[in-house]
Design a protein around this ligand. Structure first.
Ligand SMILES: C[S@@+](CC[C@H](N)C(=O)[O-])C[C@H]1O[C@@H](n2cnc3c(N)ncnc32)[C@H](O)[C@@H]1O
Length: 223
């Protein structure tokens, strides 16, 4: 449980905010110095997502996506804006959202909102989103806040809408990172929180081809 790893909740959040404020607003900054894995990450995410966007009675729509913990918009630029008519970004670090406007270039016009907010305090507009993409940020939320956020995301979905979590998974249990003030949970722990939020798992995949020394990364689709 992250509860045991996180001793002081308000310090857990404020320390993370301080950490990200000092990180360069670049792709490399978003990926902790692993900027070179961005293209493979996006290509795998695109293949994962496309199966849900295919024609059919349960096809996920392509009107509006929400990029959670969006940073400078790395995922919005290469994955979401090419597939969705409009995108909203939410991140706690104002400087990253400022940079996103420039980083997204022309396509920034199709960003409906840049929300500067911690996910623990953010409520997606009910019934608004075809896709809610949550990548490399769940470790910054406590178990209770993550479960509650996922419940609010569920309310934020349109019919056939989808929530995707893509994140690092620990081999087992929960590992605290005292530098960026986050936790890395085991896959079974994350799946437990997903269930607790009342979500049903639709697909699950382990990212292939990332460097051996980093955590395993899993992509989970749910609604
Ligand atoms: C590892 S970066 C990932 C950025 C983006 N998802 C990507 O993959 O390129 C983590 C991001 O989470 C943001 N973040 C950290 N804590 C957050 C919180 N409590 N709520 C929302 N965003 C948060 C940081 O500002 C940073 O942009």
């Amino acid at each position: 449980m992250a509860k045991e790893a996180v001793e002081d909740e308000s310090e857990f959040y404020s320390k993370a905010e301080r950490y990200w404020k000092a990180v360069p607003a670049t792709v490399d900054g978003m990926l902790g110095g692993y900027g070179h894995i961005s293209s493979l990450d996006i290509a795998s995410s695109r293949a994962f997502l496309l199966r849900f966007l295919k024609e059919g009675p349960t096809r996920t729509g392509t009107s509006l996506a929400l990029d959670c913990g969006a940073g400078i918009g790395r995922i919005s630029k290469r994955l979401l804006l090419p597939l969705f008519r409009a995108v909203d970004l939410v991140d706690v670090t104002e400087g990253f959202l400022d940079q996103a406007r420039a980083f997204l270039g022309e396509d920034a016009r199709r960003v409906r909102n840049f929300f500067c907010c911690g996910l623990q305090d953010f409520s997606p507009e009910p019934g608004a989103y075809d896709l809610i993409w949550i990548q490399w940020v769940i470790g910054h939320l406590t178990d209770e806040h993550l479960t509650a956020f996922l419940k609010r995301c569920r309310q934020g979905l349109r019919p056939n809408g989808l929530i995707v979590i893509k994140d690092n998974m620990a081999q087992e249990g929960v590992v605290l990172d005292d530098v960026d003030s986050s936790v890395c949970r085991g896959l079974d722990v994350v799946l437990g929180l997903v269930r607790r939020a009342g979500l049903r798992l639709l697909a699950q995949e382990q990212q292939q081809g990332f460097p051996d020394e980093i955590y395993h990364v899993h992509t989970l689709a749910m609604r």
